[in-house]
Design a protein around this ligand. Sequence first.
Ligand code: FAD
Length: 491
Amino acid sequence: KKKVIIIGSGIAGLAAAIRLSNQGYEVVVFETNSYPGGKLTEIYENGYRFDCGPSLFTMPQFVETLFEISNKNISGYFDYTKKDVVCNYFYEDGTKFTALSDIHKFAQEAAQIFDVKSDQILKYFKRSKLKYDLTSSLFLEKSLHKLSTYLSKDTLIAIARINSLGINKKLHDQNTEVFKDPRLVQFFDRFATYNGSSPYLTPGIMSMIPHLEQHYGTFFPKGGMHSITKALYQLSVDLGVLFHFDTKVEEILIENNMAVGVIANNNRVSGDIVISNMDVVPTYKKLLPHQKAPGKTLKQPRSSSALIFYWGIKKEFPELDLHNIFFSENYKEEFEHIFEKKDVYKDPTIYVNITAKNEPNDAPKGCENWFVMINVPGNEGQNWDAIIKRSRKQIIEKLTRLLNVPIKDYIETEIILDPRSIETKTQSYQGSLYGSSSNNKFAAFLRHPNFSKKIKNLFFCGGSVHPGGGIPLCLLSGKIVAELIQKEHKH
Ligand code: FAD
């Protein structure tokens, strides 16, 4: 049996492990933390449970398929329900909009609240679907960096239609042309943040994201987001994947331009194939110090990071649901702060995620577990302690104003995560959530490929490489890597 070494047990590393194990490889995973999942983990504090990282679960089919190909019944591992209410939106002018999963109800609700006709909304989603259908096979499901990808009919059609897809317009400009109500523009602009980008910079093609949320739906995994990690980890173990926790890989061993193993905890471990699920920037800087790094690729601007307050709140808020957004009054300023000034705006958009709405055991009776997040720039040495102090006050003031409840009085526990701690806990360069940003129309092509062009048997998966960050794309990167390996190593 050929042996595959995977560096990191993030969601993409787990997906690659499951797939390669099914393909007949011996798979060994080295993980520097004492637990699997990378960014997809959980914490407990004073009777509260919090999902630490991702909170929005879309496209569950990419998880399901891992059980199908393994001939395992998913029900013993993982369960999830569809959400009827996708997200509550609060605006400073007092507008409250509840986004519903049923597209017709969504359009009706939007027509009542915003200056828009429901048909306009349905038309927007139709275009959004078209963009996804035309480009997903090219940009998401295959390696963008292999010639064979370009020889398919789908790809040629997508390339021919690239202008009509909104590559040359910014998302915000495109949304402003379609909708005249600035609140609705802000609503559709927000989808740029799903991959850590700015709606004022990212191309209009990103308007395919609302289609994914609306068409495929949003889901809640029973037991919280961390159940995804637990299920995929358990599946890997059942398939015979060997995990070494508390084991940091220090170097990838290269001989004759070929990956031949790793050094982990000072031990030399040989393997036929090495896959890095570590962020690609530190993979080159730390694990491949003697190799020439692809400078341009690694210099791509990073996606945003996050400042998160995990608050135990001793009160229940019936007006809130699992996902809640409290919009900034000046979205443009907010994004200029994040991506140009590399600072945090005084009136940030606040995202509050409360899993206790679906999983009452996540908080003591009568209480709620609030995951309170704002988008912030990556860590470039800013004075985070000062930013945290200032932002905490501004967040509490804003939530108090919009919910009309003195939030401060109800916070009974607090844990804080900032770009520095995201970086130390997951090795994510600058603490970015989604690898490099999509603030550039060439971003998809500038992401690192899923393989090394110079070193044989060295592959990459995870949010910092093709096709990008977020759980669905990370799971796809695991798939692409497994397929590339299968092709190159017919055994
Ligand atoms: P990571 O999770 O980055 O894990 C990499 C693993 O490699 C880590 O476990 C690390 O310890 C290990 N490692 C690194 N270096 C070494 C080494 N040298 N030796 C051994 N092990 C090593 N996505 C969504 O889909 N929806 C969301 O709502 C969402 N929200 C997010 C909110 C936050 C706060 C964060 C942080 C992320 C969010 N994301 C969201 C993004 C999503 O979490 C990531 O894209 C995804 O989890 C990244 O997975 P990955 O496979 O790239 O690996």
